[in-house]
Design a protein around this ligand. Structure first.
Ligand SMILES: O=C(O)/C=C/C(=O)CC(=O)CC(=O)O
Ligand SMILES: [Ca+2]
Ligand SMILES: [Mg+2]
Length: 421
């Protein structure tokens, strides 16, 4: 079936009718936060459609999930509700359906130009975990932090390694990031450094958004894990490498990461990503049975990171990578996360880990791209070892379909100077 909307969508747009990603927005002219989907250059207000009785399927007609200030309620309802919502929205937006197309007052109320809204965090994020699932990233970081003898720890091939991140400092794209202060690694015999981080970095990541959770003590089977994942967003796990290198032994990342993590506003659903499924890499050694999937899926999502220094008109590409470089799949990550009985809740997110590919141009952070500052990157008019104040980092992600995109929009943030003590 060829999908086409009555809303005009430019062929380069990330948001055609095939995508319909979910977010939460507030009209600039005032009003409460509410759920919406992106279509072309517009946001479709789901609270307006819901109030007009247009979600008329068996599950959603009885629900107030679109009258909420976050997507958590919809997420908790699970795949049958998501499928019903997608089918209803694709029908309402299609060029041959008159319901919304020919109702000018409802159209005026529900289709808002994107530049007339403010995007907010799409879910109330109770918990945030960050995995470490790119082999290339693990190898490079291991070599830099721990030396070339054994860069990849022996557990890495047996389980998707992760640490518990900080949900309170997750911010929406466009929020400024204040350079963190902290203790940095001592040089030689001197005491530890203290002050604004001198090795501020970005990390190119994506994050999965949890749908229905699990009861404490009841793990999720890896073959059912996809039903617990609503979709994916872009993520920048800002990292202060000097703070991280000094603090992380033996308990793992802490203040080097918890000063800010940026996510993109639009959650692209796994249903919209289905045409872009590709094979996951062969895993050797064979994982334990609880991590073995009947069908192991990766997604072909092109990713790009740009930097725009203060005062420059143009941005420069820092790196290009792809989500399909990940060794551990999102479903394996989720199954592993719950195998001890740990409960996930709707709206929780878990990051993929930095998505580095095998080529030097596909590395997912400056730590790797500049080899811990030893090989500065020379770009169009800029030289960088690490991020400087005023730098804006912009991540984009997009799947290329036959004549259309399923895109993620952007995930951006600008570095502000450390606040005086
Ligand atoms: O190898 C290390 O010691 C640390 C690596 C990271 O900082 C990575 C982390 O946050 C997880 C990831 O993004 O892959
Ligand atoms: Ca990370
Ligand atoms: Mg972070």
């Amino acid at each position: 079936m060829v999908l086409k909307s009555f809303v005009e969508v430019h062929p380069d747009s990330h948001f055609p009718i095939e995508n319909l990603p979910y977010g939460v927005f507030k009209p600039l002219q005032g009003g409460e936060p509410r759920p919406g989907v992106a279509i072309g250059d517009y946001v479709l207000d789901l609270s307006a459609l819901s109030s007009a009785g247009l979600f008329d399927g068996p599950i959603l007609s009885k629900s107030d999930c679109f009258l909420q200030p976050s997507l958590n309620k919809l997420l908790g309802m699970g795949r049958p509700a998501w499928k019903e919502a997608r089918a209803t929205l694709q029908k309402l937006l299609s060029f041959d359906n008159p319901t919304l197309r020919d109702n000018s007052s409802l159209r005026a109320k529900s289709l808002l130009p994107m530049d007339k809204v403010q995007m907010l965090l799409p879910t109330v994020i109770g918990d945030y975990t960050d995995f470490f699932s790119s082999l290339h990233h693990a190898k490079n970081c291991g070599t830099i932090f721990r030396g070339p003898e054994n860069p990849i720890p022996p557990n890495w091939f047996h389980l998707p390694i992760a640490y518990h991140g900080r949900a309170s400092s997750i911010v929406i794209s466009g929020t400024d990031i204040i350079r963190p202060r902290g203790q940095g690694h001592p040089m030689g015999n001197s005491p530890p450094y203290f002050g604004p981080s001198q090795k501020l970095d970005f990390e190119l990541e994506m994050a999965a958004v949890v749908g229905p959770g699990n009861e404490l003590g009841k793990p999720i089977d890896v073959n059912e894990a996809a039903d617990h994942i609503f979709g994916l967003v872009l993520m920048n796990d800002w990292s202060a490498r000097d703070i991280q290198a000094w603090e992380y032994v033996p308990l793992g990342p802490f203040l080097g990461k918890s000063f800010g993590t940026t996510i993109s506003p639009w959650i692209v659903t796994l249903d919209a990503l289905e045409p872009f499924v590709c094979d996951a890499p062969k895993q050797e050694p064979h994982p334990l049975p609880y991590l073995v999937e009947k069908i192991s899926k990766n997604y072909d999502i092109s990713l790009e990171v740009q930097i725009k220094p203060a005062g420059l008109e143009h941005s420069s590409v820092l790196t290009r990578s792809n989500f399909n470089h990940l060794y551990w799949t999102v479903t394996q990550q989720l199954a592993h996360h719950t195998i001890n009985g740990c409960n996930l809740r709707p709206g929780d997110i878990f990051g993929s880990g930095t998505i580095s590919g095998p080529e030097p141009e596909s590395l997912g952070c400056l730590l790797e791209l500049t080899w811990n500052g030893q090989k500065p990157l020379v770009l169009d008019g800029v030289t960088r070892k690490f991020l400087e104040d005023g730098d804006e980092v912009i991540i984009t992600g997009c799947c290329k379909g036959n004549g259309y995109n399923v895109g993620f929009g952007t995930c951006s943030g600008k570095i502000l100077p450390a606040t005086p003590l």
